[in-house]
Design a protein around this ligand. Structure first.
Ligand SMILES: Nc1ncnc2c1ncn2[C@@H]1O[C@H](COP(=O)(O)OP(=O)(O)OP(=O)(O)O)[C@@H](O)[C@H]1O
Ligand SMILES: Nc1ncnc2c1ncn2[C@@H]1O[C@H](COP(=O)(O)OP(=O)(O)OP(=O)(O)O)[C@@H](O)[C@H]1O
Length: 471
C-alpha cells in the first residue's frame, strides 16, 4: 500500500494570491522524501494537507484528493490520521500541552489506551533515542527551544506511528543535536515512511530516497537521490551542497558593548560570563540550553521574573543595566525566538513600522527598502504568513529602529538560503553592532566577523572557520 496518494490537489488561502497545485504525488510505504523550496513556496501547506491540519484546522478552499494509507484525509479527523502519521511542526510551543516533560511524553500514549507498563518502557526508550533522559522531570515551559523540539519528537515517536511528517525538525537544534536527530531519523527510516521539509539539504540528502522541490506552489523537481547533481540548489535560492571557499573579509570594528553578566534562578547559575561586542556581526553559537537566549535577555533587560541578574552592561562606556526598559530600548533592540508574540498590527507594513514609530525613528524610505529587500508583502496580515516570512517581518521591524546594538535570537531559523544571504548582506551594510544567536554554520562562515561559543553559560571566542569544519 502507498503511504501517500495525492491527485489534483489545489489549496487556496482566503485573501491571498498563493495556491498550492499538486497534480499527482505518490509516496510508497517505507520511502523517505526531502521537500525543499524557498520560504513561502508551500512546504508547510503541502505537509499540512497530508496530516489533515488542512482542511480541518486551517480555513482554505480545497480541491482534489489526499489519501494517507488509503484513508481520505478530508473525510477523517486529525486524530484518526495522527494514529498513523506523527507530525513535528516548526514551532514546538504549539505542540506542548503538559507541565512536566514526562507527562508530555506519556500524554499521547495514554490517549491511545496503551498499558502503563508499556508507556513507561516506551518513555525510557524514546528519551534515550531523542536525548532527553536528563530532562524528564523538568517543567516544559522552562526548556530551551531545542530541548522542546526533542521533547515533541519524543512524544510523537512514543505512539509508534507508521509515518512521520517533519517540518524543519532541526531548525532550532544545535549542531551536535542536529546530527543526533538526523542520525535518529536515519535509524527510523527502516521502520517508517518519512517526509521531511528541511533547509539543511546536504545533511538530509545522506539518507533520503527522493527529493521534491517546490516553487510557487508547484513541484518543479521530483527526483531520486542519485540524480541530485542535476539540480543547482543555490540557483533556486536554496542552500548549496558545498560552501564556496571565499567568505567575506572579516572586519575588526571598535568596541561598543562590554558586559559582565551573571544570571541565576536562585539555585543554579545559568550564565556567568564576560562579553565584549565590537561593531559588525558577532555570532553566538552553542548547544541547546547552554544559556544563549538567557544572555541576550539579560543584556536587553527582559529576563523572566524568576531569574536574577548581577553585573554590569556598558554601551560606549555608559552603564545601561539600571536604565528603565524604554530607555534601554533606545540603545538595544532584541528579537526573541517566539516572534508571533510581538505582532500587534493588521498589515506587514504597519508591523514593520511600529517599533520605529514608538522610538520616533520612522522613515518611510527605510521601511519600503526593508520590505523590498526581505521579500515581504506589505498589505498582508502578519499572522497569516509562513514561518520564514514572519521572522523576516520581525527582523525588519527591529532593523527599522536604527538603534546601536541588535540582539537577534535565531533570525536564520526557517529561512531559505536566499533569505539568509539577504539577511547577512543587510546586516553587513548597517553601521551597528549585532549579536546573532544561530545554529546555522553556513551563515556564520559567510557573514560573521567574530564568533563566540556559549559553553555552560560562559562565552568563549572561536574562529569562524572552525564552525564550518564538519558542516
Ligand atoms: N493561514 C494562511 N493564510 C493565508 N496565507 C497563508 C497562510 N499560511 C500560509 N500562507 C501563505 O501561503 C504561502 C505558502 O506558505 P507555507 O507556509 O506553505 O510556505 P513554506 O514553504 O512552508 O515557507 P517557510 O519555509 O517560510 O516555512 C505563503 O505565501 C504564505 O504567506
Ligand atoms: N525562566 C527560567 N527558569 C529556570 N531555568 C530556565 C529559565 N529559562 C531558561 N532556563 C534554563 O536555562 C538554560 C539555558 O536556557 P537558554 O534558553 O538560555 O538556552 P539556549 O542556549 O538559548 O538554548 P537553545 O539553543 O535551545 O535556544 C536551560 O537549561 C533552560 O532550561
Amino acid at each position: 500500500m502507498n503511504f501517500l496518494e495525492i491527485k489534483g490537489l489545489r489549496v487556496f488561502y482566503p485573501e491571498s494570491s498563493y495556491s498550492l497545485n499538486v497534480d499527482s504525488l505518490e509516496v510508497k510505504e517505507g520511502e523517505t522524501i526531502l521537500i525543499a523550496g524557498k520560504s513561502g513556496s508551500g512546504k508547510s501547506t503541502l505537509l499540512n494537507s497530508i496530516n489533515g491540519v488542512i482542511p480541518h484546522e486551517i480555513e482554505v478552499e480545497e480541491e482534489g484528493e489526499v489519501k494517507v494509507f488509503g484513508i481520505n484525509v478530508r473525510n477523517s479527523t486529525i486524530q484518526q490520521i495522527a494514529r498513523f502519521v506523527g507530525t513535528l511542526l516548526q514551532d514546538p510551543d504549539s505542540q506542548i500541552f503538559n507541565y512536566y516533560v514526562i507527562e508530555e511524553l506519556a500524554f499521547g500514549a495514554e490517549n491511545l489506551n496503551i498499558p502503563r507498563e508499556e508507556i513507561l518502557y516506551r518513555i525510557n526508550k524514546v528519551s534515550q533515542i531523542v536525548g532527553i533522559s536528563h530532562l524528564l522531570n523538568k517543567e516544559t515551559f522552562r526548556l530551551s527551544g531545542g530541548e522542546k523540539q526533542r521533547v515533541v519528537l519524543g512524544s510523537i515517536l512514543i505512539m509508534n506511528p507508521k509515518a512521520l511528517i517533519l517540518d524543519e525538525p532541526t531548525s532550532s537544534i544545535d549542531l551536535k543535536g542536529t546530527k543526533e536527530i538526523l542520525t535518529t531519523l536515519r535509524g527510523l527510516k527502516e521502520k517508517m515512511s518519512m517526509i521531511i521539509a528541511e533547509h539543511k539539504i546536504n545533511k538530509v540528502l545522506e539518507f533520503v530516497d527522493r527529493i521534491i522541490i517546490l516553487d510557487k506552489g508547484k513541484i518543479i523537481y521530483d527526483i531520486k537521490r542519485d540524480h541530485v547533481k542535476e539540480v543547482d540548489f543555490e540557483d533556486l535560492g536554496l542552500e548549496p551542497l558545498r560552501p564556496s571557499p571565499l567568505p567575506k573579509k572579516r572586519r575588526d570594528g571598535e568596541v561598543i558593548l562590554e558586559a559582565k553578566v551573571k544570571v541565576t534562578d536562585g539555585n543554579r547559575t545559568i550564565v556567568d560570563t564576560e562579553i565584549v561586542l565590537r561593531k559588525g556581526i558577532s555570532a553566538l553559537i552553542g548547544d541547546n540550553g547552554s544559556g544563549k537566549s538567557t544572555l541576550l535577555k539579560a543584556l536587553a533587560g527582559i529576563l523572566p521574573i524568576n531569574l536574577k541578574f548581577y553585573g554590569s552592561i556598558k554601551v560606549e562606556g555608559k552603564e545601561i543595566s539600571k536604565l528603565p526598559v524604554e530607555k534601554r530600548g533606545e540603545i538595544i533592540a532584541y528579537l526573541p525566538q517566539e516572534i508571533d508574540l510581538m505582532f500587534t498590527k493588521k498589515t506587514v507594513k504597519e508591523e514593520v513600522s511600529y517599533p520605529a514609530k514608538v522610538r520616533k525613528k520612522y522613515d518611510e524610505r527605510v521601511i519600503k527598502e526593508l520590505l523590498k529587500r526581505f521579500n515581504l508583502p506589505e498589505d498582508r496580515d502578519p499572522f497569516l504568513l509562513s514561518v520564514g516570512q514572519k521572522r523576516r517581518v520581525a527582523i525588519s521591524s527591529l532593523l527599522a529602529t536604527g538603534v546601536k546594538v541588535f540582539l537577534l535570537d535565531e533570525p536564520t531559523t526557517g529561512q531559505d538560503w536566499y533569505n539568509r544571504k539577504m539577511l547577512g548582506e543587510e546586516l553587513r551594510s548597517i553601521d551597528a553592532t549585532f549579536l546573532v544567536v544561530t545554529h546555522d554554520p553556513l551563515f556564520v562562515y559567510y557573514y560573521a566577523d567574530r564568533v563566540y561559543k556559549m559553553v555552560n553559560g560562559r562565552v568563549i571566542p572561536i574562529s569562524p572557520e572552525d564552525v564550518i569544519k564538519d558542516w
